[in-house]
Design a binder for this molecule. Structure first.
Ligand code: AHR
Length: 579
């Protein structure tokens, strides 16, 4: 290379570097017209989508601690139940299809005890959902259906025992079962102990005879103390999301892969003993303890609307190649509207036969796909059907999404907020995942847990901070020098005169943003809620639940302008008050 060419080459490289440096430091200028509402924000924009997947209910939100409480057998055994023989006790267990406590549960587990005494008991052991989480000084409420061949069988002994030490952590007795199926209640109280989930349940007798059992149930203290209720830690995490509605149950769980897999709500109501349970499309049996009533109680507890003023017909019916959905939707539409004019009928794919009230759109994407599509609904026909973004997620990170995914989510949410005159509702999916081996059927789920611990992913916290600062109108604004990885939405709570600016900097470098406010005066100090990290791969886990969490701080020096710098890989909400 000659000297001239070398200089030209060096010059070009320097020019490129200078341009890049300028691009990184050149502030974006974001002007916000604080008294100019542009469009309405739906009051029910953020909600929850739920289905039985990833052990979301059984082994998740639903508090039941006994796994396979109805003794469903496979070809070789009764999963999660083990024969227990103490000392030289001897017994045999098998499923008995001749007798059960109800029409729905018309079979049972039969235990034939051929050798036992009070010191050498025989019975069965349940392993729980990857253990049974126990806390000190707590009461666990249980029940079971039982009958015996004779009174001589004696009392049932029920114990919670630690796996490693075989230590009895709580114990009680249930009176001798009779010859008729009867429901027995019991409670098990722990004393001082280390919180631990490697525990199991043992039910034994100290005499020979035959015992039949079904629907063996045990609950920890539940949210709002509801019987048959939900796990407290998970409900608290959901409450922090300020969800406005619950889509229940949605996803493939609603229709199932085959007719027997579908969610038949009529079989999920009434006493648990009248619920037959059903196979779900996610390859495990649903206990249906989380039935229609429990969904409504969940709504009541978190002050959510059940998607009831709205009714959805089906799920992702664009996969139906038969083309039958169009006509079926029309039939449902007309039949429902004939009786309930106010109900809004959601279609899962565009239909031609009739104009749907609402279309349910689903998006499972990488972060960059969301970055490139935040304007997706900007040009949607405002006279057409409303939109329900009924499932969406950035799928990066497993079992739960990482910070890169949260950035994709947050960018997408800015677009949804800007368009929430037409997007009436949106909900992330899937919501929950049991992180134990075999617990997950779908990668990238918002909240992870095991038997005793739970955590929110960075995507969860992005949802939390967006849903905590919704507002009721979007404000007029414009941005210059924004860059391709800077996203924002600005809304206002008109009654409280609060302005919420969400800024997402998905770039690997900090981004200066000069904020200019017109049309009113702001209080001198605002609030900043910041969620950020050093790498897109940074994440939270059940062992390290708080690596990426929002941090709140006061934001001083606000006038008609504010020189702000959004850190690399950051999602922030700036809250301002109009005076
Ligand atoms: O959210 C997981 C699955 O994704 C849902 O069950 C289904 O609707 C979609 O394909």
């Amino acid at each position: 290379m000659n000297a001239k060419a070398l200089f030209t080459w060096i010059g070009a490289i320097l020019g490129l570097l200078v341009t890049q440096a300028l691009a990184q430091t050149k502030p974006a200028i974001l002007t916000i017209h604080i008294d100019t509402p542009v469009s309405k924000v739906s009051p029910i924009l953020y909600g929850l989508m739920t289905e039985e997947i990833n052990y979301s209910y059984d082994g998740g939100l639903y508090g039941e601690m006994v796994r396979n409480r109805t003794f469903r057998a496979n070809k070789s055994n009764v999963p999660y139940w083990i024969l227990f023989e103490e000392g030289d006790a001897e017994a045999k267990m098998q499923v008995d299809r001749q007798t059960g406590p109800s029409e729905a549960l018309n079979y049972s587990l039969r235990l034939d005890v051929t050798k036992a005494d009070p010191q050498n008991q025989a019975g069965i052991l349940n392993q729980g959902f990857w253990g049974m989480a126990l806390m000190p000084n707590s009461t666990y409420k249980g029940s079971l259906y039982a009958k015996a061949d004779s009174d001589a069988l004696g009392e049932l002994s029920i114990k919670l025992v630690s796996d490693a030490e075989n230590k009895i952590l709580a114990s009680t007795r249930v009176r001798s079962p009779t010859a008729n199926w009867t429901r027995y209640e019991f409670s098990l109280k722990t004393t001082a102990m280390q919180p631990l989930s490697a525990n199991h349940l043992v039910i034994t007798v100290g005499h020979t005879g035959t015992l039949w059992l079904n629907l063996v149930s045990l609950f920890p203290p539940t949210y709002h103390d509801r019987p048959n209720g939900n796990r407290i830690d998970l409900m608290e995490k959901l409450a922090a999301m300020h969800p406005a509605f619950l889509r229940f149950p949605g996803g493939n769980y609603l229709e199932g892969d085959h007719i027997p897999d579908r969610f038949e709500w009529k079989k999920t109501i009434g006493p648990l003993v009248d619920r037959p349970t059903h196979p779900s499309p996610w390859r495990y049996q649903s206990s249906d303890g989380m039935g229609l009533l429990e969904f409504l109680e969940w709504c009541e507890d978190l002050n959510m609307q059940p998607v009831l003023t709205y009714v959805e017909v089906g799920n992702e019916d664009y996969f139906d190649r038969s083309g039958s959905y169009d006509g079926r939707y029309e039939q449902f539409y007309k039949a429902i509207k004939a009786k309930y004019q106010d109900l809004q009928i959601i279609a899962t794919t565009p239909v031609k036969s009739i104009r749907p009230d609402v279309i349910d759109d689903h998006y499972y994407r990488r972060a960059t796909e969301f970055f490139h599509d935040t304007t997706h609904y900007d040009k949607t026909d405002r006279n057409g059907p409303k939109i329900f973004v009924g499932e969406w997620a950035t799928r990066e990170g497993t079992p739960t999404p990482n910070l890169g995914a949260a950035l994709g989510d947050a960018a997408w949410m800015t677009g949804m907020e800007r368009n929430s005159d037409i997007i009436v509702m949106s909900c992330y999916a899937p919501l929950l995942v049991n992180v134990n081996p075999g617990g997950m059927q779908w990668e990238s789920d918002l909240i992870g847990y095991d038997a005793s611990r739970s955590y929110g992913s960075p995507s969860y916290y992005a949802q939390v901070i967006f849903a905590q600062h919704v507002g009721d109108v979007t404000l007029g604004s414009n941005i210059e020098n924004g860059g391709s990885k800077l996203f924002y939405s600005v809304t206002k709570d008109t009654k409280a005169k609060r302005i919420y600016l969400k800024l997402v900097n998905a770039a690997s470098h900090a981004q200066a943003v000069d904020l200019k406010f017109t049309g009113g005066t702001l209080a001198k100090t605002g609030t900043l809620v910041m969620l950020n990290g050093r790498s897109t791969q940074a994440t939270n886990t059940v062992e390290q639940p708080t690596n990426i969490v929002p941090v709140q701080s006061p934001l001083p020096n606000i006038g008609s302008e504010l020189h702000y710098t959004a850190p690399a890989y950051s999602i922030q909400v700036i809250q301002l008050s109009q005076q």
